[in-house]
Design a protein around this ligand. Structure first.
Ligand SMILES: [Zn+2]
Length: 80
């Protein structure tokens, strides 16, 4: 039994399946990428749902320095 079993999308009514997704967050004025975040993803429209405590825990660990970056990448920035 997964966390999202039986849940349906609030937008389209599609079935929600659990997947690991990659998140982009801005923490302490730095953009960070968080991989392997468990999320519920609508199988119809792709809307992502997160358990509230997942995001809070991830962010708190990064802010508090308890999470160590696996690797660093350089992100190109463009302007229009
Ligand atoms: Zn949907």
């Amino acid at each position: 039994m997964g966390f999202w079993d039986g849940e349906t999308c609030e937008y389209c009514g599609g079935k929600i399946v659990e997947k690991r997704v990659t998140l982009h967050r801005k923490i302490k004025k730095k953009y960070v990428i968080v991989e392997d975040v468990p999320a519920g993803v609508c199988s119809e429209c792709g809307t992502r749902y997160y358990a509230a405590n997942v995001l809070e825990t991830v962010e708190a660990n990064i802010r508090g320095g308890r999470a160590k970056a696996r690797r660093e990448i350089v992100v190109p920035v463009y302007s229009a």
